[in-house]
Design a protein around this ligand. Structure first.
Ligand SMILES: *Cc1c(COP(=O)(O)O)cnc(C)c1O
Length: 356
């Protein structure tokens, strides 16, 4: 039986995408997609389509490059800092969780004087800061749109005239965004776009080649990749191919607006159950609840083993909270079906009937 995968990443993709990807492992124009040269014209077409489909799905305006690199969002922390560094060598960062903290740490290592102008660390990152002043004496502003581990999400983005940089790893393509608000967006593929191994960069052309960093390895310079159409070195061939399949599937199914509607529906169903059911409670400020990662706790820890047995018995996987926070986390990326959420809600409901 196919499991209901609530895992935080690498995550579920549409079943058709798995089928198509599997077929290409066996036959991609007479070769396996795993053995094809990235310089083959058929593969160049894949890379081009994978880049174009990002533009289409997010209505990326003129003047932006779409790149697929390796290294995950973790290398993105460094790439962002090195590429956005200008005269002040200062940057404003918002600290809303583990990944945001990681971005801060790497920016410092890259030589940025980091001003953490907003943080929710005082309450174990269970809310999105709202009372803050965005600094003006820095090169850029960085934030993390969705906090995968804590289950909080920005509902409106920081307002600034400075270049805005965002780690969108866990909510890109889940909701409509205005790319023109950003100078740089980066996202590890494995949360909503494709398999692990590719990292997406959407970067404004104006940004490229303006770094003041004394240290700039070629691979970390987005200008180098942009000039080579994201083929500076061997790209993550298979991961980009599957991302392309997934983006085709996304667009065929109504694109980002349709996904957003579906994600809102799934989130309303699960949060509704958490709020209604006396055995469960949410962990984050209600107005900041993530549509992608839903964190919750049992109100009575003594029921843990029984609840774990119940959801596992229903074919659900990946529901344990991140090791740093405990409790439960239901990740509901684009490809997770509403029916899977219904299965979880039924388990919770039944559980309350038996143990209430
Ligand atoms: C998963 C995640 C990361 C880390 O991604 P890697 O690809 O493992 O480096 C960074 N930021 C956010 C928001 C994430 O969800």
């Amino acid at each position: 039986m196919k499991k209901h995968n609530f895992g935080a990443g690498p995550c579920i993709l549409p079943q058709e995408v798995f089928t198509q990807a599997a077929a290409a492992v066996l036959d991609f124009n007479g070769l396996s997609i795993l053995e094809v040269s990235h310089r083959h014209k058929d593969y160049e077409a894949v890379m081009q389509e994978a880049r174009d489909l990002v533009k289409k799905a997010l209505n990326v305006p003129e003047g932006y490059e779409v790149l697929y690199l390796q290294g995950g969002a973790t290398l993105g922390f460094t790439i962002a800092a090195l590429n956005m560094m200008r005269d002040t060598k200062k940057a404003g960062y918002m600290n809303t969780g583990t990944w945001a903290s990681g971005a801060i740490k790497e920016a410092k290592k890259a030589g940025i004087d980091v001003n953490v102008f907003a943080s929710s660390e005082d309450k174990n990152f269970n809310y999105i800061p709202k009372d803050y002043t965005v600094p003006t004496d820095v090169d850029y502003i960085h934030f993390t749109s969705n906090n995968t581990i804590y289950g909080t999400q920005f509902k409106s983005f920081p307002k600034t005239d400075l270049p805005l940089v965002c780690d969108m790893s866990s909510d890109i393509f889940s909701q409509e965004i205005n790319v023109a608000d950003f100078d740089l967006i980066y996202a590890g593929a494995q949360k909503n776009l494709g398999p692990a191994g590719a990292t997406l960069y959407i970067v404004k052309n104006d940004v490229l080649g303006k770094s003041t960093s004394p240290f700039m390895p070629s691979y970390l310079d987005l200008k180098v990749h942009a000039e080579k159409d994201s083929m500076y070195n061997t790209p993550p061939v298979f991961a980009v191919y599957v991302a392309m399949l997934n983006l085709r599937n996304l667009i065929e199914n109504g694109g980002v607006p349709a996904m957003q509607k579906r994600n809102e529906e799934k989130a309303a169903l699960l949060y509704g159950e958490i709020d209604r059911n006396p055995l469960f409670q949410g962990t984050v400020a209600v107005e900041d609840r993530s549509l992608m990662n839903v964190n919750f706790l049992l109100t009575n820890d003594a029921l843990k083993d029984a609840f774990d047995a119940a959801w596992k018995g229903a074919g659900i996987v990946g529901l344990n909270g991140h090791r740093s926070v405990g409790g439960y986390r239901a990740s509901m990326y684009n490809a997770l079906e509403l029916d899977s959420v219904k299965v979880l809600v039924d388990v919770m409901n039944d559980f309350a009937q038996k143990n209430g």
